[in-house]
Design a protein around this ligand. Structure first.
Ligand code: HEC
Length: 156
């Protein structure tokens, strides 16, 4: 049997390398929510969610992490509207569905930003079909998570 000729192997390698480079440079555009919503959502998260899910979203007890690999493997394939539906009907545990629509929206904007999504100029849309995996990086964003929590937007 003849050895495979280099002419057949080299193009395959070139295609493989080019594909990897493309995947790495695919950039994420701005997400459909604003920085103001993220800031308000951080305060609401601190008031309603952090007691179980942790100030830094790492989870605790029965409550799963809401950041990093755990969150992205659960939610990447779903739309923003699906996450809104879940959170606004199932959370906060013990007060399910009790928050205002705006509070849920802001909290989800905060969660997505904490997972690397970049705020833009469009306001949060709870019916958005945008896939979560197309806006988050799956890497926690320390600048968002550790930002000072503004008191004015906090739970009253
Ligand atoms: C009293 C504790 C408690 C509070 C407060 C709470 N959660 Fe949860 N949360 C849980 C538990 C326990 C689970 C896992 C069981 C489940 O999915 O219902 C969970 C699951 C979740 C999940 C699904 C995670 C995944 O990937 O499976 C999300 C998203 C979530 N919570 C968001 C929130 C948000 C946002 C708030 C605040 C508005 C909140 N939770 C408040 C206890 C809590």
């Amino acid at each position: 049997m003849p050895l495979p000729s280099l002419c057949r192997i080299v193009p395959l390698i070139v295609v493989a390398i080019a594909g990897t480079a493309l995947a790495q440079t695919a950039s994420r555009g701005p997400a459909p929510f604003t920085q103001a919503e993220v800031t308000a959502g951080h305060a609401d998260y601190a008031g309603y969610c952090s007691s179980c899910h942790g100030e830094t979203l790492l989870g605790g007890g029965d409550a799963p992490p809401l950041g990093g690999a755990f969150f992205s493997s659960d939610w990447s394939k779903y739309s923003i509207s699906k996450l809104y539906q879940f959170v606004s009907t199932a959370m906060p545990q013990g007060l399910e569905g009790e928050l205002k629509s705006e509070e849920y929206s802001d909290i989800i904007a905060f969660l997505l930003a904490a997972d690397g999504a970049k705020p833009g100029t469009a306001s949060f849309d709870k019916n958005s079909n945008i896939t979560i995996g197309s806006i988050i990086t799956g890497m926690p964003a320390p600048a968002v998570i550790n930002a000072p929590v503004s008191q004015s937007g906090a739970a009253q």
